[in-house]
Design a protein around this ligand. Structure first.
Ligand code: ZN
Length: 132
């Protein structure tokens, strides 16, 4: 894996959280995007080489809604950039990791994504992402 691509933060309201993170990081949201398959509204901020993804649930079935009900707002996942997501999925399967999806799916910010179950990674949801 190349680097941390972004850190995902589950929030109740992207617009409210964007106000806070824009002030905190002293930068503007550069992209907002709805990911229908996950039922989320996302907003991205960048500071130096690092990105923050704010995630708001759009319906009760969204994984973000379930996360917030269980744990409240907070860090939801860490995403790592990979060059070849299919090869990484196979490598992690061979290593015994439990993946939430075996086949890469379209995520936010023009990426193919795959998630590693938090039970496989000491309680942290890990996202692999490959630029399309
Ligand atoms: Zn993400």
């Amino acid at each position: 894996m190349n680097k941390v691509e972004h850190i995902g933060i589950a929030v109740n309201s992207v617009s409210q959280a964007a106000d806070i993170y824009q002030k905190l990081l002293n930068t503007q949201v550069y992209k907002t995007e709805i990911v229908e398959s996950e039922g989320v509204l996302t907003a991205f901020l960048q500071t130096g080489p690092n990105k923050i993804e704010l995630l708001q649930a759009l319906n009760d079935d969204s994984p973000i809604a379930k996360f917030i009900t269980k744990k409240g707002e907070g860090i939801h996942h860490i995403a790592f950039e990979v060059d070849d997501i299919v090869a990484e999925i196979q490598r992690l399967k061979n290593e015994g990791f439990v993946l939430l999806n075996d086949v890469p799916k379209h995520g936010a910010d023009n990426k193919l994504v795959c998630f590693v179950h938090p039970k496989s990674a000491n309680g942290v949801l890990i996202e692999l992402c490959q630029r399309i």
